[in-house]
Design a protein around this ligand. Structure first.
Ligand SMILES: Nc1ncnc2c1ncn2[C@@H]1O[C@H](COP(=O)(O)OP(=O)(O)OP(=O)(O)O)[C@@H](O)[C@H]1O
Ligand SMILES: [Mg+2]
Ligand SMILES: [Zn+2]
Length: 254
């Protein structure tokens, strides 16, 4: 499995124009950063694997890139590189499912207003935000009331209806969409090309079939790439691939 994870990480979008199928989100973020009116709190809603976390990291690069704030993060400065490899001290990813408790809420309240350690701004990316505790939501509300300078929040959720309206009301909301099969197949073809592979018609049919069932980009990419990688190994392969089908979310916590 390691190879597949490496591949899907490898193709994590790093710049706004690499995010596929979410033009409405990208356009708004790019416009806001160009005009210097970026919100301090965002709510990224949408199905699994549609680009919420990737886009949040891109936002972190936009505000922290050494050549920024910029709509076109350079990708090569220390800030951009550290955000990419997850070692940037000011870009904090919190999984609300495991870190949403009372202590975490207190820590958030105490630490959010402190100055950035290495970048221009701190960016908190909170995954599965609907699972934050009441204490954590209260802490966030307090912070949102008087947002400290240089701190931004991206709350990502697959279940926006479970978010408290008070929080939703204070965030700029973006809805990430499932990507059409046309756009997906173009993307897969591009990925295949990067990997020096040609997508056989049979593979594409398989991937599209999976798309109709699961629709999570990360999952489709994972399966698609796996099929591309291994297709030379024997004709019984597609059968084996079908046997390995599992619902999205059970394999990757990304
Ligand atoms: N819009 C997109 N454009 C290009 N690649 C994407 C997009 N969405 C997802 N991917 C691929 O899927 C992987 C996971 O995406 P990401 O973690 O951003 O999704 P997510 O919406 O945060 O999912 P989850 O709800 O599971 O946290 C990325 O590394 C990338 O390879
Ligand atoms: Mg995510
Ligand atoms: Zn940069």
């Amino acid at each position: 499995m390691a190879e597949e994870v490496a591949l899907y990480r490898k193709y994590r979008p790093q710049t706004p124009d690499e995010v596929i199928g979410q033009e409405h989100v990208v356009r708004a973020l790019v416009g806001a950063i160009r005009e210097g009116r970026l919100s301090h709190a965002f709510l990224f809603c949408g199905p699994r694997g549609t680009g919420k976390t990737s886009t949040a990291r891109i936002l972190a690069r936009m505000v922290n890139c050494e050549r920024g704030p910029t709509a076109e993060p350079c990708g090569v400065c220390e800030q951009c590189v550290r955000i990419r490899d997850g070692s940037h001290l000011d870009v904090v990813e919190i999984d609300a499912a495991s870190h949403g408790g009372v202590d975490d809420a207190r820590e958030l309240r105490e630490r959010a207003p402190t100055a950035p350690a290495m970048g221009r701004e701190k960016v908190y990316i909170i995954d599965e935000a609907q699972r934050l505790s009441r204490e954590a939501f209260d802490a966030l509300l307090k912070i949102f009331e008087e947002p400290p300078r240089g701190v931004r929040f991206v709350l990502a959720t697959t279940e926006p209806h479970k978010m408290p309206p008070t929080i939703v009301g204070r965030c700029q909301r973006f809805d990430f969409r499932r990507v059409s099969t046309d756009v997906l197949s173009d993307h897969l073809e591009w990925v295949a090309k990067q990997e020096g592979l040609v997508l056989a018609g049979k593979v594409m049919v398989m991937v599209m079939k999976l798309t109709q069932i699961y629709f999570s980009i990360v999952w489709i990419m994972d399966r698609g790439l796996w099929i591309m990688r291994h297709r030379k190994k024997g004709s019984g392969l597609l059968r084996r691939v079908e046997d390995t089908l599992v619902p999205p979310g059970s394999r990757f916590a990304a």
